[in-house]
Design a protein around this ligand. Structure first.
Ligand code: C5P
Length: 232
């Protein structure tokens, strides 16, 4: 599994995302399409970006009863995405159903990764709102192990957790890590950040980078810098 930089294309219209992607005339980066763009433009945006030669991580974070997730995953698999995700809190049965739905008649399927606890959830909100009293690090690792047991390919996690996830779930279990910033860049609203080089050192398999690339003066140079630091 090759290490790669995934650009978070957090735009709200096709026009914006295409004017951004038009700048990449040489290499076609792996891109993440999130809920904002998908809900604004519908499934056709996935097909259009795919036709331009990009790999796609469709970040829709499914969470529903197993049968609904299975059928929805079959639809996403037909869109020919390369990676998609769900919430591990939907249970092991839901994750197994998702894998069944994703698998195409020829046995191929997109990579499937799980969100453990969102990084916006802290110990206090987990205890008070969700009534989960265990330490958050233990909950994150437990959910990662559930994802592995269900047959998933990996988890989305902080780069700071990537090493521990590999220790617990094996080095082939993918860690896809947002919260990446250049050493000389703005951290914005991210709290716990790492540089691409640090993320590489700790063993992240994919880094997800948004504003350090999308808001840069020269977006192609910022992307190339990420690739150089992370992939080498
Ligand atoms: O602009 P920035 O680099 O912060 O973008 C990071 C991307 O990763 C965004 O699309 C954000 O929603 C996503 N993400 C995150 N933290 C998580 C899960 C996803 O920042 N725990």
């Amino acid at each position: 599994m090759g290490k790669d930089v995934i650009i978070a294309c957090d735009f709200s219209s096709a026009e914006q995302v295409f004017s951004f992607l038009d700048k990449f005339t040489d290499k076609k980066p792996f891109v993440k399409i999130g809920m904002e763009l998908f809900y604004a433009e519908g499934p056709s945006i996935v097909k259009k970006i795919k036709e331009r030669g990009h790999k796609i991580f469709l970040d829709l974070k499914l969470h529903d009863i197993p049968n609904t997730v299975k059928k929805s995953m079959a639809v996403l698999s037909n869109l020919d995405v390369d990676m998609c995700n769900l919430h591990a809190s939907g249970t092991v049965n839901m994750m197994k159903a998702a894998l069944e739905g994703l698998t195409r008649p020829d046995g191929s399927r997109p990579l499937l990764i799980a969100v453990t606890q969102l990084t916006s959830t802290d110990q206090e909100s987990m205890e008070n709102d969700l009534l989960i009293k265990e330490p958050i690090e233990k909950v994150v690792m437990h959910y990662a192990k559930n994802a592995k047991a269900a047959g998933l390919d990996g988890v989305v996690c902080s780069p700071l957790e990537a090493g521990k996830v590999h220790e617990n779930c094996g080095k082939d279990f993918l860690t896809v890590t947002p919260g990446v910033r250049f050493a000389d860049g703005d951290i914005g609203d991210q709290k716990r950040v790492m540089t691409p080089a640090e993320a590489k050192k700790i063993g992240s398999d994919y880094i997800v980078v948004g504003r350090p690339i999308t808001a840069a003066d020269d977006v192609v140079a910022a992307y190339n810098r990420c690739v150089e630091e992370f992939v080498g």
